[in-house]
Design a protein around this ligand. Structure first.
Ligand code: SAM
Ligand code: DTB
Ligand code: SF4
Length: 335
C-alpha cells in the first residue's frame, strides 16, 4: 500500500468542513454496515500510582491528584462489571491498568482469568496494561483476548514533551508484539495537549502507515484533570474533534474510529456530526477509567437518532447539523 503523507492529511484538515464530512461519509458507507456503532465499556482494574509521567494522566504517581488508588481488583469484581456492561448493551469490554509494563506471575495470571470471564459472557475483550513482551502477548491471545489498546498518543516529536519515562519507539514495539501474537490492535491518541495541527497530522500519519492499520483507533480529547501538568489546557473545540474523526475515517477506511474520552464536553449535535463523519464506536458506561463519562440513556437516544439520519442519508438534515460549524472552519486549522 502507498504510504500516506503528512501533506495528504493536512490537505484533508483544511477542506471546507462540509466537504470533509461528506467525503468521510462516502468512504464509511463503502466499508461498514449502515449505522453500526460499537459500544465499548471500560473498567480500571488497577488504579493510580503509575511510575510513568504522562502529563495528561491522573494516574501518574508523579502528580498530586485527588484519586482513590487501588491495587489489582479481584476477578469477581471484573465479572460483575462485565455482566452489567453486557446487560446495558455493551459489545466490548476493556480493562485498563495503571502499569508501566505487565509483570509475569500473579499479575498476568489474574489478567488471564479476567479475560476468560469476559469472553465467557460473549463480549469482545480488550486490555490496556502498558508494555508487553511477545511471550506475554501470546499468553493473552491464548486466553482469548481480542484486542490490545496501546495509544501512540501524539506525534513522535511532541511525545517527548508529554512523556519522558518511555520513548515513542517503545510504544511501537508493544503494538508490534500484540500484532505478531494475532491480537487486534487498538491504537490512537489524544488531542488538546497543546500540540499543533502538524503534530496531529503526524500522529495520524504514523497510525495510518502501520501495516496493517490498527483495527480500532480511539480519538481522545484531553480531559484536563486537576493536579496534572495539563490541568489548565483549554477544552478542544467541537470542530477539532470532527476534523480528526473525519480525517481518520478517510485514511483508515476499515478501522473502527472511536469517539473516546472528552465526549462529556461535546454537545449532542457535535457527537452526531462525529458519528455522521465515520466514528463507529464510543466508550459507553458511567465512567471511563477514573473520570465520568456521558449518560448511557442519552447515548442510546443519540445513537437511535443517528441511525435514522444515517439511513435517510438526508443531505438536508446533515447540513442542518453542519450549519453551526461551517463558518468557523477557516480559523480552526493553523500550523
Ligand atoms: N497504562 C497503560 C498505558 O498507558 O498504555 C494503560 C492505561 S492509560 C490510562 C490508557 C490511555 O488513556 C492513555 O494512553 C491515554 O491515551 C488515555 N488517557 C489517559 N488520561 C487521559 C486524559 N486525561 N484525557 C484523555 N485521555 C487520557
Ligand atoms: C483510550 O484511548 N481511552 C481510554 C482507553 N483507551 C483506556 C481511557 C481514557 C481515560 C480518560 C481519563 C480517565 O478516565 O482516567
Ligand atoms: Fe501510567 Fe498509562 Fe497513565 Fe501513562 S497513561 S501514567 S502509563 S496509566
Amino acid at each position: 500500500m502507498n504510504k500516506i503523507t503528512s501533506e495528504q492529511i493536512k490537505n484533508l484538515f483544511t477542506l471546507p468542513l462540509n466537504e470533509l464530512i461528506f467525503k468521510a461519509r462516502e468512504i464509511h458507507k463503502k466499508n461498514f454496515e449502515d449505522g453500526d456503532v460499537q459500544l465499548a465499556s471500560l473498567i480500571s482494574i488497577k488504579t493510580g500510582s503509575c511510575p510513568e509521567d504522562c502529563k495528561y494522566c491522573p494516574q501518574s504517581a508523579h502528580y498530586n491528584v485527588n484519586l482513590k488508588k487501588e491495587n489489582l481488583i479481584d476477578v469477581s469484581e471484573v465479572k460483575e462489571a462485565a455482566k452489567l456492561a453486557k446487560k446495558n448493551g455493551a459489545n466490548r469490554f476493556c480493562m485498563g491498568a495503571a502499569w508501566k509494563k505487565l509483570r509475569d506471575g500473579k499479575d498476568i495470571d489474574a489478567v488471564i482469568e479476567m479475560i476468560k470471564e469476559v469472553k465467557s459472557l460473549d463480549l469482545e475483550a480488550c486490555v490496556t496494561l502498558g508494555s508487553i513482551t511477545k511471550d506475554q502477548a501470546e499468553r493473552l491471545k491464548d486466553a482469548g483476548l481480542d484486542a490490545y489498546n496501546h495509544n501512540i498518543d501524539t506525534s513522535p516529536d511532541y511525545y517527548k514533551k508529554i512523556i519522558t519515562t518511555r520513548t515513542f519507539d517503545e510504544r511501537l514495539e508493544t503494538i508490534q508484539n500484540a500484532r505478531q501474537a494475532g491480537i487486534s490492535v487498538c491504537s490512537g491518541g489524544i488531542i488538546g495537549m497543546g500540540e499543533s495541527w502538524n503534530d496531529r497530522a503526524e500522529m495520524l500519519r504514523v497510525l495510518a502507515n502501520l501495516e496493517p492499520q490498527p483495527e480500532s483507533v480511539p480519538i481522545n480529547a484531553l480531559v484536563p484533570v486537576e493536579g496534572t501538568p495539563l490541568q489548565n489546557q483549554k477544552i478542544v473545540e467541537p470542530e477539532e474533534m470532527i476534523i480528526m474523526i473525519a480525517t481518520a475515517r478517510i485514511i483508515m477506511p476499515k478501522s473502527r474510529i472511536r469517539l473516546s474520552a472528552g465526549r462529556k464536553y461535546l454537545s449532542s449535535e457535535t457527537q452526531m456530526l462525529c458519528l455522521l463523519s465515520g466514528a463507529n464506536s464510543i466508550f459507553y458506561g458511567d465512567s471511563l477509567l477514573t473520570t465520568k463519562n456521558n449518560d448511557m440513556q442519552r447515548d442510546k437516544e443519540l445513537i437511535k437518532q443517528f441511525k435514522q439520519i444515517n439511513k435517510s442519508n438526508s443531505k438536508e438534515l446533515i447540513n442542518k447539523y453542519l450549519i453551526i460549524f461551517t463558518d468557523k472552519i477557516a480559523s480552526t486549522v493553523n500550523y
